[in-house]
Design a protein around this ligand. Structure first.
Ligand code: OGA
Ligand code: MN
Length: 197
């Protein structure tokens, strides 16, 4: 796993973002997608608020996904495997990059057809603890015509990332603006942040 962590960090330093496939094992991806659907069917997937004090980022026209937070102490098997991977990445960063990260927060997200999340930064004025963003996908066989691309607005231009199952995207929360284009098919993800406070 250290090679994967190393790859993510080197890419982030060189390009300002990292994309890595097969970060989450296929069986775990499947099981996490099932958990998400269960949460949806019992009404636990809810509309997300936007950075509390930002009035202009009104929810209705800014993002239209639904989310549900993970419990960091979960003993659900797939969630535990995933959270341990994220914890491993956090520990590796602290050991090798002196990042002083303390915790993480992660939510499931579901984008129904027609939903999106407009261009934004993940670090809000009201939540400066978010240092690194980690986004993982739980989708089977995503095709370009399914939409729902993640667009990263980097110094070298726009990078388009398809939300392919098992893939992880990693970037600095305070500098990299990004956007989720309108999905044409149900789009499942886990979005998280590594925090220093
Ligand atoms: C977010 C976000 C990106 C994605 O939830 O803040 O930008 O690809 N998600 O789901
Ligand atoms: Mn974001």
């Amino acid at each position: 796993m250290n090679e994967k962590f190393e790859f993510l960090i080197v890419q982030l330093i060189e390009k300002g973002y990292a994309v890595l496939d097969d970060f989450i094992p296929e069986k775990v991806v499947k099981s996490l997608a099932e958990n998400l659907h269960k949460r949806f069917s019992v009404g636990e997937m809810k509309e997300a608020g936007i950075g509390r004090s930002n009035d202009f980022q009104k929810k209705e026209n800014y993002r239209s996904d639904v989310i549900s937070w993970l419990d960091n102490d979960t003993d659900q098997e797939a969630e535990r495997i995933f959270l341990d991977l994220i914890d491993g990445l956090m520990q590796y960063l602290n050991r090798t990059c002196y990042t002083s990260l303390k915790t993480y927060e992660i939510h499931y997200a579901m984008y129904k057809p027609g939903t999106f999340y407009k261009r934004h930064l993940d670090q809000f004025q009201s939540d400066s603890g978010r240092q690194f963003s980690v986004v993982s996908y739980l989708n089977d066989d995503w095709q370009p015509e399914d939409g729902g691309e993640l667009v990263l607005y980097t110094n070298e231009g726009e990078i388009t990332v398809l939300p392919k199952g098992g893939r992880i995207v990693f970037f600095k929360s305070d500098v990299l603006e990004h956007e989720v284009k309108t999905a044409h098919r149900e789009r499942l993800s886990l979005t998280g942040w590594l925090k220093n406070g």
